[in-house]
Design a protein around this ligand. Structure first.
Ligand code: LLP
Length: 430
């Protein structure tokens, strides 16, 4: 069995799994499953570890939390109280950010394929927009001339844990390549935009620092050209998100020290060498902040042995956690009351959806599981709830946060009635 060393907020108490001080079986019993449990403490720790590592090398730092990873209002409030900024990719995310209390000057919008009415919404909201195409800027300038403009650069070096999550390089839809970047800034300058930023985001789930270093080098070379050729001074330079976390026990964590010593030092030296002034260094982590700060609890409904396979049927499927089905992602699974069990059997852990691809783990060695057992799916905080759906008309899961040392329900479980929300039955003659 692939063993995983438990570290905070996970704990083995006499063979039973605890999360941030609470028995996960008790939580499952009290709130029912599927249930996302979130640790406030771990969010704060992740944020501060990252902040402190970078700020020790470069003091003008802003961390924009990429809320697409998890946009729960309480998660956002925790990060706000730490001094985080907010990264949004849709007007809806801007709305959620504003609703949670982030002020417009703390919000950066990085969209792709943006509609005109969305641009109007962003202008009215007063948030900074990261431009993704010449067309977007031209359309934005017809609505208003914003005081600040940033441009998303495609540095033509990408990386990520899966093809779908590589967001720079020749084949991707995001950002602008070098010559187009210069044209966009020239247009903005001509329109009398006064403040500027520059941005890249090369992908998600990056565990090795090398591609990041290469991309930053190319990116800052482009920033230098914009500065030299157009006289533009950047208020901020944004390196995007993408910092990976280990999911599989054999994955090696991204070495933060290496990240800061290679990436931040390169940033610092190039900013100086290219005379780029004193810009804020911005990053936009999502996964790094929230991934290991949440687990998904699910209950075993069925154990089914066929002549070919052994299935553990649980009450969460890809409606609740889509990453294994969508990217083939590995999520470690613990049987909550059998942490000290020595025996193991190979199972497929499958959900309740009517699709054969509804698999959370294939060929997974687990202790002898029985019906009623609670399984904890680890590292479920990033892109877990946020990518969940009502597929097969299954109401979405609840979320509980361990906050100031006690569990609090921070999102109610959806009910059948929620499946009908916004539907209307066409009337005769309509
Ligand atoms: N900034 C921008 C502009 C982004 O597009 C993203 C993620 C981030 C920041 C944050 O990236 P992170 O630090 O979380 O890696 N659903 C996939 C991940 C897609 C990420 C898309 N963009 C998954 O479950 O792995």
């Amino acid at each position: 069995m692939v063993k995983r060393k438990l570290c905070e907020p996970l704990e083995n108490c006499k063979g039973n799994l605890y999360f941030d001080g609470f028995s996960v079986e008790d939580l499952a019993q009290k709130y029912d499953t599927p249930l996302y449990v979130i640790s406030e403490k771990q969010i704060r720790e992740n944020y501060n570890r990252l902040y402190n590592a970078i700020v020790s090398k470069y003091k003008d730092l802003r961390i924009y939390y990429a809320c697409k990873a998890n946009a729960n209002l309480d998660v956002l409030k925790v990060l706000q109280s730490e001094g985080a900024y907010f990264d949004a990719v849709s007007p809806g995310e801007v709305f959620v950010g504003l609703s949670s209390g982030f002020t417009p000057d703390h919000i950066l919008f990085t969209g792709v394929s943006v509609r005109n009415d969305e641009l109007k919404f962003l202008v009215d909201a007063g948030v900074t927009v990261n431009i993704d195409s010449q067309s977007e800027l031209d359309r934005l300038l017809k609505i208003a001339v914003p005081s600040t403009i940033s441009v998303r650069v495609n540095p033509e070096v990408g990386d990520g844990h899966h093809d779908h999550c590589i967001t720079a390089g020749p084949q991707v839809k995001f950002g602008l390549c070098e010559e187009a970047v210069l044209k966009v800034y020239a247009t903005a300058k001509k329109a009398r935009v006064e403040h500027f930023g520059i941005h890249m985001h090369i992908g998600s789930g990056i565990l090795k620092v090398d591609s990041y270093v290469q991309a930053v080098e190319k990116f800052l070379g482009i920033a230098k050209r914009v500065h030299d050729e157009l006289g533009i001074i950047f208020d901020f330079i944004d390196l995007g998100g993408g910092l990976g976390v280990p999911y599989h026990p054999n994955d090696e964590a991204m070495d933060l020290l290496e990240f800061t010593s290679k990436v931040v030092s390169l940033f610092k030296s190039k900013v100086k060498e290219y005379s780029l002034g004193k810009p804020f260094l911005c990053i936009e982590p999502g996964r790094y902040i929230i991934c290991d700060a949440s687990i998904l609890l699910t209950t075993v409904n069925t154990v089914k042995v066929t002549p070919y396979r052994k299935f553990v049927g649980v009450d969460s499927g890809f409606n609740t956690l889509i990453r294994p089905a969508m990217y083939g992602s590995y999520h470690h699974i613990l049987v909550a009351n059998k942490l000290n069990s020595k025996d193991s059997t190979m199972f497929d852990v499958v959900g309740p959806l009517c699709e054969s691809g509804d698999v959370l783990a294939k060929d997974r060695e687990l202790p002898q599981v029985v019906e009623g057992d609670v399984l904890a799916i680890l590292n479920a905080g990033a892109y877990g709830f946020s990518m969940s759906s009502q597929y097969n008309s299954r109401p979405r899961a609840a979320e509980v946060m361990i906050r100031q040392g006690k569990p609090v329900l921070v999102r109610e479980r959806e009910q059948f009635q929620d499946l009908l929300t916004r539907q209307r039955v066409a009337q005769q003659g309509e």
